[in-house]
Design a protein around this ligand. Sequence first.
Ligand code: PMP
Length: 385
Amino acid sequence: MVKSRQSIHRSDLADGSAKPIPKNSDPCSGDPLFLEPFWMHHASSSAVLISGWHRMSYNFPGPTAISEVLDSHIRRLHHVAKNALTDGKYIVFGGGSTQLLNAAVYALSANLSSPASVVAAVPSYPLYKTQTDFFQNKNYAFKGDASLMSNASYANTNVIEFVTSPNNPDGNLKEAVCKGPCVRAIYDHAYFWPHFTAIPSPADEDVMIFTMSKLTGHAGSRFGWALVKDEEVYNTMITYITVAEMGISRETQLRALQLMKAILRGDGKEIFNYAFEKMSARWGKLSRIFSKSKRFSIQEIPPLYCNFFDKVRGPSPGYAWVKCEREEDVDCTRVLREANIIGRAGSLFSVADLYVRLSLLKGDDDFNLLLNRLEKLVDEEGGPE
Ligand code: PMP
């Protein structure tokens, strides 16, 4: 019998859950449907129509008419959001940011004298490990929690650290833990938009990865981009995308461009105001419920000065990182599951199952159901009436 070397479930690829989840019924995923009403409101300016005969050729990476316009729109978008400096940086397109994560590991480990240890501080987004193990290569290996690497061990070891800022699952802004001449960081800025976090200052790292999935909510279009300072790293990432994909779909690029054009109409701030209002209102409602509980707590995210709003603003994270406070509730996912609330277990993010991640990114109906069920669970803490 032929046995596959590794079996990876759909949910591993999406967000790291261990069990397969039936199609279209994944209430705990990071699918940002909260933006659907925004796009319904902008239905005509965001629509794309492509004739059958139009631009049928291959679209290899490199300057093409569409990629150049898209490149300039991405730079304008960062300028409006004030979340990243783009001057002097190259832009690599990817099939979602997922493809760029491994392209970056590949490029940063390409010319090293010894293999790189790939690490991420926990709780960490599971796909870094899943992908690094899956695309195994003699140049790198996943070595787990960045916080466990002592100063001594990374003084002479090549390290590639994934820094997720703000973090999935807990929404906190992060800095690289490992520092030193042999350390290279990949900043995963999927959520570094005013929707989800204060922007203390524009990011200016060597390798930064962004995704349309969390900016516009169009996760199914599979478009992400990397801002890269170093020309050699950029060229190696382009080689990776060329070998893996022969370039990113024109239709995807066209859709991304149309969405960015729609966002950039007027002063370009509407989507950020809308998304922040919505996410911060959700966080407010959720926090009020958890503030009544002794059994559960959620993460604290301090108010911070935001470069985009030019004022101190409160939290609006994409996920609630729930902790079960009672010793007997070792499997917090199960505790919530019994109340019909589906979350992702802490162990998927390499920490104890006292923690569970709840998605706050879904549509209004899902979010309201979540609130109702949480409220009922917290109200019942004192025991049945
Ligand atoms: N990075 C982080 C931290 C994420 O949460 C996600 C999606 N959940 C991704 C990357 C991948 O996003 P995509 O491939 O859709 O761009």
